[in-house]
Write a protein that binds this ligand. Structure first.
Ligand code: OGA
Ligand code: NI
Length: 339
């Protein structure tokens, strides 16, 4: 089993060159990103002053970029910092500790892996990943790691706080789209996934990717990217760097929100470039529908706009099991459910 964990776990800073199995073909390598262009920053404090204006900012950013940065969201600086620190501590544990969670069975609650699909992919990606469900908390927390010792406490508190921010954003999006009040409540936002990524220090980031171009298949993503840059978003066929801003969430629209909004909101593709200066740890939460929840273009939007549905209505479970793993293989899941 430890053979599977060889890379990139064994890479870390002592490695002087990128191993062959991580080197991408030239056409897939990251190219330089123009500076100074970035995604919108939205200040949630504006909610008290002008709710309508803030909602418009969110809808505009979600239409044009599919991404925005969210400041003054109410999660404490301490918790934002601690969750990245404890996340990083997990990845720095001895291999034997992490091996207990190594991904063997899709039914496993906590899953640890390197790259994306280490066994099957042609070229590996420069990351480690740890993922597990996190809502409802009491259903899952007893399965989470007890090492690092603060894992359950910090990730537990963080999850509860992030969910509040996510549900508030969904309420504002609901209002901005003109959907009936509470549209996203219940099964549509009934689950949440915790996804922690670790991109080890890389001797030559021009040859590799931490994550290839992909869209997130859930409803909404809230990402805490710490202080090391590396995330890039595709906008008008150009890659834009998402600059780390302290205490800020990077928020992005997922496939299900693009479907529900009948294409009005955009689930933008993004990728990760590792750093030659510092290892990078990111803590990502996906709000997701439950497996048997039916997802399709919202009826009231179709009627209001007199427009035909662009996508089929499917259960989230079918969508994720058929296409969820394909988004990293260059297949666009949204194209597969287009009418
Ligand atoms: C993801 C993702 C970005 C990052 O986990 O889906 O896009 O910066 N992560 O880690
Ligand atoms: Ni992503």
């Amino acid at each position: 089993m430890s053979g599977k964990l060889n890379s990139p776990l064994g890479l870390s800073s002592i490695q002087s060159a990128v191993p062959e199995s991580y080197v991408l073909p030239p056409e897939k390598r990251p190219t330089a990103v123009p500076p100074c262009k970035t995604i919108p920053v939205i200040d949630l404090q504006g909610l008290d002053r002008d709710r309508t204006d803030l909602i418009q900012q969110i809808i505009k950013a979600s239409q044009e970029y599919g991404f925005f940065q969210l400041t003054n969201h109410g999660v404490s600086e301490e918790l934002m910092r601690d969750v990245v620190v404890v996340g990083q501590e997990f990845f720095e544990l001895p291999v034997k500790e992490k091996e207990r969670f190594y991904y063997r069975d899709p039914k496993q609650i906590c899953k640890f892996k390197t790259s994306i699909n280490y066994e099957q992919e042609e070229v590996h990606f420069w990351r480690e990943n740890f993922t597990h469900p996190c809502h409802p908390l009491e259903d899952y927390i007893d399965h989470w790691p007890q090492n690092p010792v603060r894992y359950r406490e910090v990730f537990g508190s963080y999850t509860v706080e992030v969910r509040k921010v996510g549900l508030l954003l969904l309420d504002l999006i609901c209002e901005g789209l003109g959907l009936e009040c509470g549209y996203f409540e219940g099964d549509l936002s009934g689950g949440m996934v915790m996804n922690t990524n670790y991109y080890p220090l890389c001797p030559d980031p021009s040859l590799v990717l931490g994550l290839p171009k992909h869209g997130d298949p859930y409803l909404l993503t809230l990402l805490n990217q710490g202080h090391v840059p590396g995330l890039q978003v595709l906008k008008d066929e150009q890659w834009l760097e998402v600059e780390p801003i302290p205490n800020t969430f990077v928020v992005n629209i997922n496939h299900m929100l693009q479907i529900i909004s009948n294409g009005k909101l955009k689930s933008a593709d993004h990728r990760v470039v590792p750093s030659s200066v510092s290892a990078r740890t990111t803590v990502v939460n996906f709000i997701r529908p439950t497996n048997d929840c039916l997802v399709g273009p919202a009826k009231s939007l179709l009627v209001k706009n007199c427009s035909p549905p662009l996508y089929k209505t499917i259960t989230f479970g079918d969508f994720i099991s058929t296409y969820g793993t394909k988004t990293h293989q260059g297949i666009d899941p949204l194209e597969r459910v287009m009418l």
